[in-house]
Write a protein of this length. Structure first.
Length: 62
């Protein structure tokens, strides 16, 4: 037994089309990760530099 269903314009739209809405959070997260990676690579710990203090000659002899 065959069923004939007629789809009106309202019933035919029951299958939701994927909107571009899920793309926005994915792009936002990707940009955030890229920004953190960029800042991490540019910043971070700096190698320690030797600090030389000028000591007067009078202090050297004591």
């Amino acid at each position: 037994m065959k069923r004939n269903r007629s789809f009106s314009s309202f019933e035919g739209g029951s299958r939701r089309r994927r909107a571009s809405l899920p793309i926005i959070p994915i792009v936002a997260v990707a940009v955030l990760v890229a920004l953190v990676a960029l800042l991490w690579s540019r910043g971070g710990e700096r190698p320690q530099a030797r600090v030389e203090k000028a000591i007067p000659a009078e202090k050297l002899g004591q």
